[in-house]
Each structure stands twice: as C-alpha cells, then as structure tokens.
Design a protein around this ligand. Structure first.
Ligand code: AMP
Ligand code: ZN
Length: 469
C-alpha cells in the first residue's frame, strides 16, 4: 500500500512502526460554528482511510481533537453574552450530529484543549528548560532558530522566511525572530485563563496537538492528517514542538486533503463563501454529501455544486437499486447451489474486489474505488437472471456490502418505518388480489395511491418489488 507523504513529497510504502497497529491523529475543528462542507472533507476522507486500514486488518487508534479555546470562540461568546464553554459545548454537539449523519466513526478519543491544560504547561516547560522557548513579559515563544529543521514539512527555508516575513507570520517586536510563534499568551480581561509558571493566561493554538498526540499516541505516531492549509504554519510548528520536546521524529506520514472549492475559490468561514453541512443536509441526504466527497481524490481540489451533488445522488441510487434487486432475487431464487457457469463467473466477480483494493492501495484513490463499485453494479445487473442461484447472488451482495462499507456508504435503501411498511404491504396485497380478479381499474388506482405515497413498485416474474423514491 502506498501513501503520499507531504514530508517527502513522494508516494511511499506504508509501514507502521508496530506491525498491525496504526496510530493516527487528525486535527479537529475549532468549535464556534456549524461545520461547513470544507471542514467535512477531512472528517470523511480520514474516516475512510481509517476504515480501509481496518479492512486491511490494522488495529487503528484514531485521535481527533476539538479546539475549544480560541479567539473566535471567545468573540462568539461575547457577542452572544454567553460563555466560551457554552459556545464550544453547543458546537461540539452539533459537530457530532453532522459527523454521525456523515457516518464518520467516533474517534478512539476526542480530547479537548480545556481538559489537557496540565500537559500543555508541562510541554511548554520542557521546551523552555531545553532552550527551545523563551519568555517575554508573560508570553512564551518558540525559538524557531533553535530548531534547524524548521521548514522541513512545508519546504520553506527559515532564512527566506525571516527575510521575507511572509504574510502568514505575525510581526511582533517581542520575538527574537519573525518566525517564532506563541506557546503561551498572557491573560486579557474578558478571556478565560489558567495559572502557569509564566503567569495567568492560555495556550497558543499549535501546542495543543503536540500535547494530545503525545498523551494518546506516544512520541512518534504513524499518520498525522488534516487539510492542506494546516501544513504551514500549524503542522510545521507541531513538528518543531514535538521533536524538540521528545527528541524523536513526530510522525512517519503526513497526509493532507485538498480544498473544497466554490466558484474556484477555497470555501472558508472567514471568506463567507461556505455552505454548512447542516444546510446541505436539508436538500440532500447526508450520505450523498459523503459520497460526493469520496468521488474525488482526497488530494485534488473538489468543486462543490448542486449539479455534482445531484449526479452523486443518482449514482448512489443506482447502487441501492442494484442491492434491492439482488435482495429480491435472493428472497425468491429456486436454486441454492452455484451452477457451473456461475463458478466460472466468480473469478470475474473477484476482479472488482482487486480493482477496488488496487485503487485504495494507491494513496486511497476513492474516485477509482467508486468506479470499481459502479463496474461491480453493472456486472451484478447483467447477471441478474431468472435462474440465478442463491449462493451466487449472496456472494455478489456480500462483496457489494463490503466495498460500500469501506467507503462508509450504506447499500440499503432507507427503510420506511414499520407502520408505513404495514400499510404499503396491505395495499400491495389488495392490488395483487385485484389483478387476480382482473379488476385492473382498482389495481391501477392502488398503484397511483402508492405513487402518491412516494412508493415505486415493479412487477417482476418473481413477484412485486417495492421501494421508496
Ligand atoms: P478549522 O475549523 O478552520 O480549523 O478547519 C478544520 C479542518 O477543516 C482543517 O483540517 C482544515 O484544513 C479543513 N478545511 C477548512 N476549510 C477547508 C476546505 N475548504 N476544504 C477542505 N478542507 C478544509
Ligand atoms: Zn493540529
């Protein structure tokens, strides 16, 4: 299996430190608003990476934090005359609602910055003691000149950065170098505060991930992931902190997703050109959002549009229809054992599994993995014949379910609730009876009624099939 490592800018063989185990950290959202579909991309993409690793037999420990101390959260709390806790608790809850809707598995732990303060202070103390950080009037800075490898992830040259003092580097006279960044900032009225050896205050953003990764995964992890805007300065700074404090490499592989774009611009909260997952979910089911994200390769930019969402919804529908048809044949087939012709077709069936795995082994190419599923669907549809055996149909269904499961997609159509189902089945029985009595007018009337209820029916030689939509 190959993964593209931002650290080396190459696709490398994936070999975790410990055989059969993967330690993975994904930077989580800052919780002051609903997540937008851009934020949903790392959620869905790295959840799929995790699912594929699990499919391959790895035991994955997956950590995703919540940044619950931040200027933007404090600002929102002040605007609402509420507290930082109230704002972050509310949006953590909402983020879980969206993540559950998107079928993103819960992380092994979801640590929050406010609950990790002692360890944060400890790591800053270590950095100060080892000469990697300095204090100036209650602010602690990381001294980037002390870490010769600074810039190794983003491929930025420290001297050039200092010369040019790029727009992403704060200008601040209290710093020794323009690239130095804040580890601890002093208390300002109206802000939350914690006691520390440098006075009351709160931590900078970057230190939290170094600390949480160390606490839950150890000094060296296998995969560190997030959106590509985090490469610099966030991940560059995480490396500088963790490697200076622990004296070990921080992460073997660095994975970064590309942006979700809108009208060829990055979707972002600050630019205001965003759609929240919640508002999109009012027009398309959550799983269509997930499927849309997986229809592109995770490192490529992905343009959000209603047309593409619609195309993804249609594609998903094709997969679900195939599954429904297959189920119908399984429920009604006469032969249970494989025929000779089917035994031969099993090899062809296996080709789709291989095609899917080859795509995923190539740096998690979900776009090609989705194509493999479409080809499998075509194969299944082609072989849905009256004399299909139960075993063959079940093997097909098992493979379809397995591959969809790796992508976190449910192959089943949404089932109507039980009460509805009882009503629908009663109407269907009446319609069958009417047809038997050659009362076609009544049979048609019942069909119209079912259509009105959003139920589609299909007459097949094995009986009546029905589904919603
Ligand atoms: P934030 O809440 O802004 O810290 O972002 C949370 C995660 O979403 C980070 O991994 C970001 O890199 C990622 N992200 C933000 N905007 C986009 C976007 N438009 N497309 C893809 N990923 C994004
Ligand atoms: Zn982080």
């Amino acid at each position: 299996m190959k993964v593209y490592n931002t650290l080396t800018r190459t696709k490398e063989d994936f070999i975790p430190q410990e055989e059969g185990k993967v330690k993975m950290y994904v930077c989580g959202p800052t919780v002051y608003n609903y997540i937008h579909i851009g934020n949903a991309r790392p959620y869905v993409v790295f959840d799929t990476v995790r699912r594929y690793l699990e499919y391959k037999g790895y035991d994955v420990t997956y950590i995703q934090n919540f940044t619950d101390v931040d200027d933007k959260i404090i600002k929102k709390a002040n605007e609402e005359h509420s507290s930082m806790e109230e704002v972050s608790n509310r949006f953590i809850k909402e983020a879980f609602t969206d993540a559950d809707g998107l079928n993103v598995k819960r992380a092994t732990h979801h640590p929050r910055v406010t609950e990790e303060m002692d360890n944060i202070i400890e790591m800053i103390k270590t950095l100060v003691e080892n000469g990697y950080a300095y204090e100036n009037d209650g602010t602690v800075y990381y001294n980037t000149k002390q870490f010769p490898e600074y810039g190794k992830l983003s491929k930025k040259n420290l001297d050039e950065l200092i010369e040019g003092a790029s727009e992403r580097v704060d200008k601040d006279d209290a710093k020794k170098n323009p690239t130095d960044f804040v580890l601890w900032k002093p208390y300002k009225p109206g802000e939350p505060k914690w006691s520390s050896p440098w006075g009351e205050g709160r931590p900078g953003w970057h230190i939290e991930c170094s600390v949480m990764a160390k606490k839950y995964l150890g000094d060296t992890i296998d995969i560190h992931a997030g959106g590509e805007d985090l490469i610099f300065p966030h991940h560059e700074n995480e490396i500088a902190q963790s490697e200076a404090a622990n004296g070990k490499p921080f992460s073997k592989y660095w994975l970064h997703n590309g942006f979700i774009m809108i009208d060829n611009e990055k979707m972002s909260k600050s630019a205001g050109n965003f759609f929240t997952v919640r508002e999109i979910s009012e027009q398309f089911p959550y799983e269509v959002i997930r499927f849309f994200i997986l229809n592109g390769h995770y490192r490529s930019p992905l343009n959000f549009s209603r047309e593409l969402m619609q195309a993804c919804q249609n594609g998903l529908e094709r997969i679900k229809n195939c599954n429904t048809d297959l189920q119908h044949y399984i429920d009604n087939c006469h032969d249970s054992k494989l025929s000779q012709a089917e035994t031969k077709l099993l090899d062809e069936l296996e080709k789709y599994r291989t095609q899917f795995e080859t795509a995923m082994d190539d740096d998690f190419n979900t776009a090609d993995a989705v194509s493999a599923i479409y080809e499998l669907v075509r194969f299944i549809n082609k072989n849905l014949k009256e004399n299909i055996s139960k075993e063959f149909a079940e093997r097909e269904m098992e493979l379809l379910g397995k591959l969809c499961g790796v992508l976190g997609i449910n192959k089943e159509k949404e089932k109507a609730n039980d009460e509805d189902t009882a009503v629908i089945e009663e109407l269907l029985a009446k319609r069958t009876e009417a047809k038997k009595n050659k009362n076609f007018a009544e049979a048609d009337a019942i069909r119209d009624k079912l259509t009105e209820m959003g139920v589609t029916i299909k007459d097949t030689r094995q009986g009546v099939q029905w589904f919603r939509g």
